[in-house]
Design a protein around this ligand. Structure first.
Ligand code: CP
Ligand code: NVA
Length: 309
Protein backbone atom coordinates (compact mmCIF):
# COMPACT_ATOMS: atom_id res chain seq x y z
CA UNK A 1 0.00 0.00 0.00
CA UNK A 2 1.24 3.46 -0.94
CA UNK A 3 0.49 6.82 0.67
CA UNK A 4 1.00 10.20 -1.01
CA UNK A 5 2.13 12.39 1.88
CA UNK A 6 4.90 14.29 0.10
CA UNK A 7 6.18 14.60 -3.45
CA UNK A 8 9.05 12.15 -2.88
CA UNK A 9 6.60 9.34 -2.02
CA UNK A 10 6.47 8.47 -5.74
CA UNK A 11 9.37 7.77 -8.12
CA UNK A 12 10.16 9.56 -11.39
CA UNK A 13 8.88 6.50 -13.24
CA UNK A 14 5.57 6.65 -11.35
CA UNK A 15 5.24 10.36 -12.23
CA UNK A 16 5.81 9.58 -15.91
CA UNK A 17 2.96 7.07 -15.69
CA UNK A 18 0.65 9.49 -13.79
CA UNK A 19 1.18 12.35 -16.28
CA UNK A 20 0.28 10.06 -19.19
CA UNK A 21 -2.66 8.59 -17.32
CA UNK A 22 -3.95 12.06 -16.37
CA UNK A 23 -3.80 13.01 -20.05
CA UNK A 24 -5.86 9.91 -20.96
CA UNK A 25 -8.37 10.57 -18.15
CA UNK A 26 -8.69 14.25 -19.11
CA UNK A 27 -9.38 13.33 -22.75
CA UNK A 28 -12.17 11.00 -21.62
CA UNK A 29 -13.68 13.73 -19.44
CA UNK A 30 -13.59 16.22 -22.33
CA UNK A 31 -15.28 13.69 -24.63
CA UNK A 32 -18.02 12.96 -22.02
CA UNK A 33 -16.90 9.31 -21.96
CA UNK A 34 -17.50 7.30 -18.77
CA UNK A 35 -14.45 6.14 -16.82
CA UNK A 36 -15.58 4.26 -13.70
CA UNK A 37 -12.62 2.27 -12.32
CA UNK A 38 -13.52 3.18 -8.71
CA UNK A 39 -17.13 2.05 -8.75
CA UNK A 40 -18.35 1.23 -5.20
CA UNK A 41 -15.19 2.80 -3.70
CA UNK A 42 -15.34 5.63 -1.17
CA UNK A 43 -13.01 8.55 -0.50
CA UNK A 44 -13.06 10.25 2.91
CA UNK A 45 -11.98 13.90 2.75
CA UNK A 46 -10.89 15.50 6.03
CA UNK A 47 -10.53 19.29 6.05
CA UNK A 48 -8.99 21.07 9.02
CA UNK A 49 -8.42 24.19 6.84
CA UNK A 50 -10.57 25.96 4.24
CA UNK A 51 -10.61 24.91 0.58
CA UNK A 52 -12.32 25.52 -2.74
CA UNK A 53 -10.19 23.75 -5.40
CA UNK A 54 -9.10 20.76 -3.33
CA UNK A 55 -12.64 20.05 -2.16
CA UNK A 56 -14.25 20.39 -5.60
CA UNK A 57 -11.49 18.57 -7.51
CA UNK A 58 -11.41 15.55 -5.18
CA UNK A 59 -15.17 15.36 -4.77
CA UNK A 60 -16.09 15.81 -8.45
CA UNK A 61 -13.13 13.63 -9.47
CA UNK A 62 -14.18 10.73 -7.23
CA UNK A 63 -17.77 10.82 -8.52
CA UNK A 64 -16.48 10.88 -12.08
CA UNK A 65 -14.43 7.74 -11.32
CA UNK A 66 -17.65 6.00 -10.26
CA UNK A 67 -17.04 6.30 -6.51
CA UNK A 68 -18.44 8.42 -3.72
CA UNK A 69 -17.14 10.73 -0.99
CA UNK A 70 -17.56 11.49 2.70
CA UNK A 71 -16.67 15.06 3.72
CA UNK A 72 -15.48 15.73 7.28
CA UNK A 73 -14.26 18.90 8.94
CA UNK A 74 -12.76 19.55 12.36
CA UNK A 75 -15.89 21.38 13.45
CA UNK A 76 -18.42 18.72 12.53
CA UNK A 77 -16.53 15.57 13.56
CA UNK A 78 -14.90 14.21 16.70
CA UNK A 79 -11.54 15.43 15.32
CA UNK A 80 -12.41 18.81 16.78
CA UNK A 81 -13.16 17.23 20.16
CA UNK A 82 -9.71 15.74 20.63
CA UNK A 83 -10.30 12.16 19.50
CA UNK A 84 -6.75 10.88 18.97
CA UNK A 85 -5.68 10.97 15.32
CA UNK A 86 -4.58 7.32 15.60
CA UNK A 87 -8.11 6.26 16.64
CA UNK A 88 -9.70 8.36 13.89
CA UNK A 89 -7.37 6.73 11.34
CA UNK A 90 -8.20 3.21 12.52
CA UNK A 91 -11.94 3.84 12.39
CA UNK A 92 -12.24 5.88 9.17
CA UNK A 93 -9.91 3.58 7.21
CA UNK A 94 -12.07 0.52 8.03
CA UNK A 95 -14.98 2.08 6.15
CA UNK A 96 -13.47 3.74 3.10
CA UNK A 97 -10.93 2.92 0.36
CA UNK A 98 -8.95 6.15 0.33
CA UNK A 99 -8.46 9.18 2.62
CA UNK A 100 -7.49 12.75 1.68
CA UNK A 101 -6.45 15.08 4.50
CA UNK A 102 -5.83 18.84 4.63
CA UNK A 103 -4.35 19.78 7.98
CA UNK A 104 -1.65 21.73 9.83
CA UNK A 105 1.54 19.83 10.76
CA UNK A 106 2.91 17.10 8.48
CA UNK A 107 3.36 14.93 11.61
CA UNK A 108 -0.43 14.70 11.91
CA UNK A 109 -0.93 13.23 8.43
CA UNK A 110 2.01 10.89 8.97
CA UNK A 111 0.49 9.60 12.21
CA UNK A 112 -2.84 9.11 10.46
CA UNK A 113 -1.14 7.18 7.63
CA UNK A 114 0.71 4.98 10.10
CA UNK A 115 -2.62 3.73 11.51
CA UNK A 116 -4.58 3.72 8.26
CA UNK A 117 -5.56 0.53 6.41
CA UNK A 118 -5.98 2.47 3.16
CA UNK A 119 -3.88 4.97 1.15
CA UNK A 120 -3.72 8.53 2.52
CA UNK A 121 -3.27 11.60 0.29
CA UNK A 122 -1.90 14.96 1.45
CA UNK A 123 -4.39 17.66 0.41
CA UNK A 124 -2.06 20.34 1.92
CA UNK A 125 -0.13 20.60 5.17
CA UNK A 126 1.98 23.46 6.55
CA UNK A 127 5.00 21.74 4.98
CA UNK A 128 3.80 20.34 1.62
CA UNK A 129 1.18 20.50 -1.14
CA UNK A 130 2.09 17.62 -3.47
CA UNK A 131 -1.23 17.40 -5.37
CA UNK A 132 -0.79 21.03 -6.44
CA UNK A 133 2.72 20.47 -7.81
CA UNK A 134 1.48 17.34 -9.58
CA UNK A 135 -1.10 19.55 -11.33
CA UNK A 136 1.40 22.34 -12.00
CA UNK A 137 3.90 19.99 -13.65
CA UNK A 138 1.16 18.37 -15.71
CA UNK A 139 0.03 21.84 -16.83
CA UNK A 140 3.58 22.76 -17.85
CA UNK A 141 3.97 19.51 -19.84
CA UNK A 142 0.58 20.02 -21.46
CA UNK A 143 1.38 23.63 -22.40
CA UNK A 144 4.63 22.49 -23.99
CA UNK A 145 2.69 19.82 -25.91
CA UNK A 146 4.78 16.98 -24.62
CA UNK A 147 2.56 14.48 -22.78
CA UNK A 148 4.10 11.57 -24.76
CA UNK A 149 7.49 12.13 -23.07
CA UNK A 150 6.56 14.05 -19.93
CA UNK A 151 9.79 13.79 -17.97
CA UNK A 152 11.99 14.88 -20.89
CA UNK A 153 9.90 18.03 -21.08
CA UNK A 154 10.83 18.95 -17.49
CA UNK A 155 14.54 18.12 -17.56
CA UNK A 156 16.84 21.15 -17.33
CA UNK A 157 14.01 23.69 -17.00
CA UNK A 158 14.17 26.67 -14.65
CA UNK A 159 11.28 27.49 -12.33
CA UNK A 160 11.40 30.86 -10.54
CA UNK A 161 9.74 30.87 -7.12
CA UNK A 162 8.99 34.41 -5.92
CA UNK A 163 7.66 34.70 -2.37
CA UNK A 164 7.27 32.71 0.81
CA UNK A 165 9.43 29.68 1.63
CA UNK A 166 6.22 27.75 2.35
CA UNK A 167 4.51 24.42 1.61
CA UNK A 168 4.42 25.17 -2.14
CA UNK A 169 8.09 26.18 -2.27
CA UNK A 170 9.14 23.05 -0.34
CA UNK A 171 7.20 20.84 -2.73
CA UNK A 172 8.63 22.55 -5.84
CA UNK A 173 12.10 21.82 -4.44
CA UNK A 174 11.32 18.15 -3.86
CA UNK A 175 10.01 17.91 -7.43
CA UNK A 176 13.12 19.61 -8.86
CA UNK A 177 15.43 17.21 -7.04
CA UNK A 178 13.46 14.16 -8.20
CA UNK A 179 12.69 15.19 -11.78
CA UNK A 180 15.84 17.08 -12.78
CA UNK A 181 15.01 20.76 -13.07
CA UNK A 182 16.23 23.84 -11.16
CA UNK A 183 14.33 26.21 -8.88
CA UNK A 184 15.43 29.85 -8.60
CA UNK A 185 14.25 30.78 -5.12
CA UNK A 186 13.70 34.35 -3.98
CA UNK A 187 12.13 34.89 -0.57
CA UNK A 188 12.28 37.90 1.76
CA UNK A 189 14.82 37.57 4.52
CA UNK A 190 13.37 35.59 7.42
CA UNK A 191 11.06 33.58 5.12
CA UNK A 192 13.62 31.29 3.49
CA UNK A 193 13.09 27.61 2.77
CA UNK A 194 14.47 25.31 5.44
CA UNK A 195 16.25 22.52 3.55
CA UNK A 196 15.66 20.03 6.37
CA UNK A 197 11.91 20.77 6.54
CA UNK A 198 11.70 20.51 2.75
CA UNK A 199 13.33 17.09 3.04
CA UNK A 200 15.99 17.70 0.36
CA UNK A 201 19.06 15.54 -0.16
CA UNK A 202 21.27 18.47 -1.27
CA UNK A 203 21.22 22.11 -2.40
CA UNK A 204 22.12 21.22 -5.99
CA UNK A 205 18.68 21.63 -7.55
CA UNK A 206 18.05 25.20 -6.38
CA UNK A 207 19.73 28.62 -6.37
CA UNK A 208 18.91 31.40 -3.92
CA UNK A 209 18.48 35.02 -5.10
CA UNK A 210 18.07 38.08 -2.87
CA UNK A 211 16.50 39.98 -5.79
CA UNK A 212 13.31 38.41 -7.19
CA UNK A 213 14.01 39.95 -10.64
CA UNK A 214 17.32 38.08 -10.80
CA UNK A 215 15.51 34.88 -9.86
CA UNK A 216 13.19 35.31 -12.85
CA UNK A 217 16.07 35.68 -15.34
CA UNK A 218 15.88 32.98 -18.00
CA UNK A 219 13.03 31.14 -16.24
CA UNK A 220 10.66 28.81 -18.13
CA UNK A 221 8.03 29.30 -15.46
CA UNK A 222 7.46 32.03 -12.87
CA UNK A 223 5.30 31.11 -9.91
CA UNK A 224 4.24 32.54 -6.57
CA UNK A 225 1.73 32.08 -3.77
CA UNK A 226 -0.04 34.08 -1.07
CA UNK A 227 2.16 36.01 1.35
CA UNK A 228 0.26 34.55 4.33
CA UNK A 229 -0.62 30.87 4.25
CA UNK A 230 -3.46 29.31 6.21
CA UNK A 231 -2.48 28.96 9.85
CA UNK A 232 -0.17 32.01 9.77
CA UNK A 233 -2.87 34.72 9.79
CA UNK A 234 -1.49 36.35 12.97
CA UNK A 235 1.63 37.34 10.97
CA UNK A 236 -0.37 39.02 8.19
CA UNK A 237 0.57 42.66 8.82
CA UNK A 238 4.24 41.90 9.39
CA UNK A 239 4.31 39.79 6.22
CA UNK A 240 2.71 42.55 4.13
CA UNK A 241 5.70 44.77 4.91
CA UNK A 242 8.34 42.07 4.44
CA UNK A 243 6.92 40.86 1.10
CA UNK A 244 6.23 44.28 -0.52
CA UNK A 245 8.99 43.79 -3.15
CA UNK A 246 7.94 40.20 -3.91
CA UNK A 247 5.01 41.03 -6.18
CA UNK A 248 5.20 39.36 -9.61
CA UNK A 249 4.70 42.17 -12.12
CA UNK A 250 5.32 42.72 -15.85
CA UNK A 251 8.89 43.82 -15.18
CA UNK A 252 9.66 40.54 -13.43
CA UNK A 253 7.98 38.52 -16.18
CA UNK A 254 10.10 40.40 -18.76
CA UNK A 255 13.23 38.90 -17.15
CA UNK A 256 12.00 35.37 -17.84
CA UNK A 257 12.10 33.60 -21.22
CA UNK A 258 9.73 35.22 -23.77
CA UNK A 259 7.51 32.11 -23.72
CA UNK A 260 7.64 31.70 -19.92
CA UNK A 261 4.43 30.68 -18.19
CA UNK A 262 2.97 32.14 -15.00
CA UNK A 263 1.35 29.87 -12.39
CA UNK A 264 -0.31 30.41 -9.01
CA UNK A 265 -1.96 27.65 -6.98
CA UNK A 266 -4.77 30.10 -6.04
CA UNK A 267 -6.49 31.70 -4.22
CA UNK A 268 -4.66 34.86 -5.39
CA UNK A 269 -4.53 38.41 -4.06
CA UNK A 270 -4.11 40.78 -7.00
CA UNK A 271 -1.91 43.72 -6.03
CA UNK A 272 -0.12 41.67 -3.34
CA UNK A 273 1.89 38.65 -4.55
CA UNK A 274 0.91 39.22 -8.20
CA UNK A 275 -0.29 42.12 -10.32
CA UNK A 276 -3.57 41.70 -12.22
CA UNK A 277 -1.74 42.32 -15.53
CA UNK A 278 0.27 39.13 -14.94
CA UNK A 279 -2.30 36.73 -13.51
CA UNK A 280 -4.92 37.91 -16.01
CA UNK A 281 -2.36 38.28 -18.82
CA UNK A 282 -1.40 36.06 -21.78
CA UNK A 283 1.40 34.13 -20.04
CA UNK A 284 -0.83 33.03 -17.15
CA UNK A 285 -2.18 29.46 -17.19
CA UNK A 286 -3.82 29.57 -13.75
CA UNK A 287 -7.27 28.36 -14.89
CA UNK A 288 -5.88 25.29 -16.67
CA UNK A 289 -3.68 24.75 -13.62
CA UNK A 290 -6.72 24.76 -11.31
CA UNK A 291 -8.75 22.46 -13.59
CA UNK A 292 -5.84 20.04 -13.88
CA UNK A 293 -5.99 19.42 -10.13
CA UNK A 294 -8.99 17.24 -10.86
CA UNK A 295 -7.48 15.30 -13.77
CA UNK A 296 -4.18 14.50 -12.03
CA UNK A 297 -5.89 13.57 -8.77
CA UNK A 298 -8.20 11.18 -10.64
CA UNK A 299 -5.08 9.48 -12.04
CA UNK A 300 -3.53 9.48 -8.55
CA UNK A 301 -6.61 8.00 -6.81
CA UNK A 302 -6.96 5.31 -9.48
CA UNK A 303 -3.27 4.47 -9.10
CA UNK A 304 -3.29 4.31 -5.29
CA UNK A 305 -6.35 2.05 -5.20
CA UNK A 306 -5.84 -0.16 -8.28
CA UNK A 307 -2.20 0.27 -9.37
CA UNK A 308 -1.14 0.72 -13.00
CA UNK A 309 -3.90 0.22 -15.55
N1 CP B 1 -4.80 25.57 -4.57
C1 CP B 1 -5.57 25.04 -3.61
O1 CP B 1 -5.23 24.05 -2.95
O2 CP B 1 -6.75 25.69 -3.45
P1 CP B 1 -7.83 25.50 -2.27
O3 CP B 1 -7.20 26.03 -1.03
O4 CP B 1 -9.01 26.28 -2.73
O5 CP B 1 -8.13 24.04 -2.14
N1 NVA C 1 0.45 28.30 0.77
C1 NVA C 1 -1.00 28.38 0.76
C2 NVA C 1 -1.57 27.54 -0.33
C3 NVA C 1 -3.07 27.58 -0.47
C4 NVA C 1 -3.59 26.63 -1.48
C5 NVA C 1 -1.54 27.96 2.12
O1 NVA C 1 -0.99 27.02 2.69
O2 NVA C 1 -2.48 28.58 2.60
Amino acid sequence: MKHYLQFTDLSADEYAYLFQRADFIKDKFKAYEKHHPLIDRTLAMIFEKASTRTRVSFEAGMYQLGGSVVHLTTGDSQLGRAEPIEDSARVISRMVDLVMIRTFGQDKIERFAQYSRVPVINGLTNEFHPCQILADLFTFIEQRGNTADPLACLKGRVVAWVGDGNNMANTWLQAAELLGFTVHLSTPSGYEVDQAVAGLRSNESYKVFADPKQACKGADLVTTDVWTSMGFEAENEQRKQAFADWCVDAEMMAQAKPDALFMHCLPAHRGEEVEAEVIDGPQSVVWDEAENRMHVQKALMEYLVLGRQ
